[in-house]
Write a new protein. Structure first.
Length: 416
């Protein structure tokens, strides 16, 4: 029972969560209202997720209340299902997709499956482009909580220029939850918006919602959601979407901003530096005299688990604190006080030689995870800079999906 033992181990540590899901080990939100007995299936009275007419239609209508004018569909297979469905729903309506800035692998998987033509552009470039018959795919906010400066303008220009806009709001289900938070792209009329409720709101992993503002497009989306999503939806996940949405509606921000400030002050008193992001629920932390990769190891050791590490620092997803939350804040402070900074910086470990990859064609897309943004796509050629980045990330133990297949392919060829 390895998995069960590992989970029990984390529970008894007890682990402190600075990562998704937003319920932070069930200390934030109202998921205690769920009962294991709620793991039902589509029996009489529980409706049909892919053709909802009863309680699930009511759930969707409840979600639609977030942005009047939008239709919503609860999803149990995460935002990935919504992104794949969105690309399929638009593939025959547009000549080309335009992927703006970095995008999650699910975007590339959708484009790969459909075989659709696409190009990559930056959010600055898009403002000068001819957009007719194109579909833009934007990621907003980013994994680290950054917004897009000209979001309103980009969407406005796209609509006026005859382009459709898909927004991957996986990290923004809590957009607009209170003053100071980022505004959703739905405020500006994006055509399809997909949000992971499970990331920043207190919902179970897998909980997402798809929003569309056109009935015909919504129907096409429903067709593809039916293709990609399980036909045995988890009612625990569906119920958690309802609870998270109620949480969103009831949220009062005072407690959140007070506790956020307390955490940032505490970190600074211990010689941490804190970088704030556009999303107030994301911060990036560093500590003088060590790399972020060493810092995350030290935090893990103390059972304080972070969301991600990059060269910029360690990313924390802050809890959406509310009155009555059960988040172990004093325990967090005690552990931060006692952190031991001895040990070797993984930066001192020598990197491996992957120079044989330079110039070779990637046989599989390589994706550092997290954040899940591809660094090179299958069919592209490894450059010196890409290989350098891969070596750098690997000796910092960043997980790299797809790299082993490339190494195996060319290492063998090289050895013969
Ligand atoms: C930007 C982005 N989009 C989409 C996804 C996929 O979301 P989900 O895990 O809900 O399928 C992720 C997951 O990390 C992501 O970071």
């Amino acid at each position: 029972m390895r998995l069960i033992n590992k989970l029990n181990e984390l529970r008894s540590a007890p682990a402190i969560s600075m990562h998704v899901p937003g319920h932070k080990n069930m200390t934030v939100g109202n998921l205690d209202r769920l009962n294991w007995m709620d793991d039902m299936t589509e029996i009489t009275g529980l409706d049909d997720l892919h053709s909802p007419e009863g309680v699930l239609l009511e759930l969707n209508e409840f979600l639609s209340g977030k942005y009047p004018g939008y239709m919503a569909q609860a999803v149990v297979n995460g935002t990935t299902t919504g992104i794949l469905s969105a690309i399929y729903a638009l593939k025959d309506k547009v000549d080309q997709f335009v992927v703006i800035d970095d995008a999650h692998k699910s975007v590339y998987h959708g484009l790969d499956l459909t075989g659709a033509s696409f190009q990559k552009k930056s959010s600055e470039e898009i403002l000068t482009m001819e957009l007719k018959n194109k579909a833009l795919i934007l990621t907003y906010p980013t994994y680290s909580g950054d917004g897009i400066k000209d979001l309103a303008h980009i969407i406005e220009k796209s609509r006026a220029g005859g382009a459709a806009v898909i927004v991957d709001e996986a990290h923004g289900a809590h957009n607009d939850i209170a003053p100071g938070f980022l505004p959703s792209a739905m405020n500006y009329g994006a055509d399809i918006v997909v949000q992971s409720y499970h990331k920043m709101l207190p919902a179970l992993t897998g909980a997402s919602a798809v929003f569309t503002n056109d009935r015909q497009l919504h129907r096409t989306m429903m067709k593809y959601i039916d293709y990609f999503e399980t036909s045995s939806p988890s009612y625990l996940i569906l119920a958690s979407i309802e609870l998270a949405h109620q949480f969103y509606n009831d949220f009062v921000h005072t407690e959140f901003y007070d506790r956020r400030l307390e955490i940032m002050d505490y970190l600074q008193s211990l010689d941490f530096t804190v970088i704030e992001s556009d999303d107030p629920a994301k911060i990036i932390i560093n500590r003088e005299g060590m790399s972020p990769y060493q810092l995350i190891d030290i935090l893990d050791e103390a059972h304080i688990y972070s969301e991600m590490v990059t060269d910029e620092g360690v990313l924390w997803c802050l809890p959406l604190f509310h009155v009555g939350h059960g988040y172990p804040l004093s325990s967090l402070f005690e552990r931060l006080d006692k952190l031991s900074y001895d040990g070797t910086d993984p930066a001192l470990v020598r990197g491996e030689d992957l120079s044989f990859l330079i110039g070779k064609e990637a046989v599989r897309t390589v994706v550092p995870y997290p954040p899940g943004v591809p660094i090179i796509h299958a069919g592209e050629h490894f450059t010196h800079d890409i290989v350098k980045t891969i070596i750098h990330k690997r000796y910092y133990h960043v997980k790299m999906e797809g790299i082993e297949d490339n190494i195996e392919c060319y290492k063998v060829e090289d050895d013969t």
